[in-house]
Design a protein around this ligand. Structure first.
Ligand SMILES: Nc1ncnc2c1ncn2[C@@H]1O[C@H](COP(=O)(O)OP(=O)(O)O)[C@@H](O)[C@H]1O
Ligand SMILES: [Mg+2]
Length: 497
């Protein structure tokens, strides 16, 4: 049935229901408004609707208040009023299937990835490297990728960088100049990342994105919530993780044509953190991913205070707009309101700019995409209430859910496979022997040359350099058996999962 594929947003002034066509979810969306105006509850309403349609959802939970989506809501006068206004009679209170995730491994399943999988682009962003340092990081990945060497954690990367510095003369010919000062600078930034808790993020077992794509036994899409309560103290770690996730989805999911339902809906709360101080090159790549991920069936909803928190190139690709109230006290506010109003297709019955400043809590101006993909005229909307609980889930309930999680045990303990660090250490040992042998050989040759005047010591020395690269290649080559190819945001393409 057609209207089964619709997501109820709310009701307009006349009480007519406003829907979003689920088939248009991969044309992305934007939820904006001042603090306390209802953004998180709107996200919750959309997330539970997608879940009911069988679509898995991923969202960061910044204040912990989204976790209530796991628990049934309760009847309340204000909720009944809303339902009555939009003529909804069927509103069973129910929770959704939820998986809890946590980068810092405390309140949910651990989300990890490897240094190799994150790639140089996002890692340079995470470490806030300058151009020179970023160039060296690219060399580190280049050497590792060419050889199929997997860098699992920060320790591996650190070992790889040391190796680069030590062998910079031999590497210079192929990879250009590597200064030990720049390598040290990167090492220091790695240390800072480690100290801010970034270490737990790297390692194995890495998150398998398949685990974000489940449905429960009744066919409802599972909602994955990432604990982002320490987002503000680690904005770079979060934004990099979320970008990495997008990048993985982008590179791993197959192309598909238009479909009645998206494969996954991704909510990017506090999206301004993603774009704050992001270099233009990164924004360009994000823009590209947002554009291309559509054909993979992934819908992205950015949630932020103002539409102009989002770069124009990205903003232009967001189909569904839900604008909650904004205050217009300062000239800066007024400008933001104006910009917000201008992004809508105007409605002759609504003074968009004034209305934005007068919206009550849980009210919004809404424009969706019609079946042809054109924006609908902006309309005033009283948002539907959620069926689940507004506010955080009770701790006991959360613990009970965690205990019953189908993924229990899968990500709990990190393992340190024999990785680059260990391999490079072993390699170093072998190299030391080789260098000693080569030096001894050289001595012997020199002695022999005195009498025979035949062999060239230069040639011999060069072959030590060659042996160095080849021997690393051999060790590392045994890890993947092929070189690594990277996508737009640096994710590894064509992985077998
Ligand atoms: N759609 C809604 N239905 C019922 N109550 C709502 C709705 N939207 C917001 N509210 C009320 O407003 C409060 C604040 O909303 P919230 O989503 O947390 O704001 P924001 O995320 O913008 O800071 C909620 O705790 C809830 O009581
Ligand atoms: Mg909120």
């Amino acid at each position: 049935m057609a209207d089964q594929q619709q997501v109820l947003i709310g009701g307009n002034k006349a009480g007519s229901q406003i829907f979003m066509d689920a088939a248009m979810a991969n044309r992305h969306g934007l939820i904006t408004g001042a603090t306390g105006t209802g953004k998180t509850v709107t996200l919750q309403v959309l997330a539970e609707s997608f879940s009911r349609l069988g679509v898995p959802v991923f969202s960061a939970d910044v204040k912990g208040d989204l976790s209530g989506v796991a628990q049934a809501g309760k009847t309340h006068e204000k909720i009944s009023e809303r339902l009555q206004h939009m003529g909804v009679t069927d509103h069973p209170f129910e929770g959704c299937p939820v998986l809890f995730w946590d980068i810092f491994e405390k309140t949910g399943h651990a989300v990890r990835t490897t240094v190799s999988e994150m790639g140089p682009v996002l890692l340079a962003n995470l470490l806030a490297l300058n151009d020179t340092q970023s160039g060296i990081l690219h060399v580190a990945f280049s050497v590792a990728d060419d050889q199929g060497l997997l860098l699992l954690d920060l320790k591996d990367l650190s070992a790889m960088l040391n190796w680069l510095a030590e062998n910079r003369k031999e590497l210079a010919r192929e990879y250009g100049n590597i200064t030990s000062q720049s390598v040290s600078a990167i090492q220091r930034k790695l240390l800072v990342l480690k100290e801010s808790g970034g270490e737990s993020f790297f390692g194995e077992p890495g998150l398998n994105i398949e685990d974000l794509m489940h449905a429960d036994f009744s066919g409802r899409g599972v909602i994955s919530l990432l604990d982002a309560s320490s987002l503000y103290s680690n904005p770079k770690i979060y934004s990099t993780f979320l970008l990495w996730l997008l990048s993985e989805l982008m590179e791993d999911l197959p192309e598909r044509g238009d479909a009645p339902l998206p494969k996954l809906v991704f909510f990017f709360d506090e999206a301004h953190l993603l774009f704050n101080n992001a270099p233009k090159a990164l924004i360009d790549r994000i823009t590209q991913v947002v554009r291309l991920i559509r054909s993979k069936g992934v819908g992205i909803f950015f949630v932020s205070q103002y539409p102009n928190d989002i770069p124009d190139e990205v903003l232009g690709q967001l189909g569904c707009r839900i604008q909650h109230g904004l205050r217009a006290f300062t000239p800066k506010d007024q400008k933001a309101v104006k910009v917000a109003a201008q992004t809508f297709r105007q409605n002759p019955d609504i003074d968009t700019e004034t209305t934005i400043t007068e919206l009550g809590v849980g009210e919004a101006l809404v424009s969706t995409l019609d079946p042809k993909g054109r924006p609908t005229m902006v309309d005033w909307c009283l948002l539907a209430p959620p069926r689940s609980q507004i506010g955080p889930v009770a701790l006991e309930e959360k613990n009970r859910l965690m205990d019953r999680s189908p993924l229990k045990g899968r990500y709990d303990t990190s393992v340190d496979r024999e990785s680059a660090y260990e391999l490079l250490a072993k390699r170093e040992e072998e190299l030391r022997h080789k260098r000693q042998d080569a030096a001894a050989e050289l001595e012997r040759e020199k002695a022999a040359a005195k009498t025979e005047k035949r062999k060239s010591s230069g040639r011999q020395r060069q072959s030590v350099g060659e042996a160095l690269i080849k021997s690393v290649a051999r060790t590392i080559g045994s890890q993947l058996g092929r070189s690594i190819v990277r996508g737009i945001l640096g994710s590894i393409i064509g992985k077998k999962r």
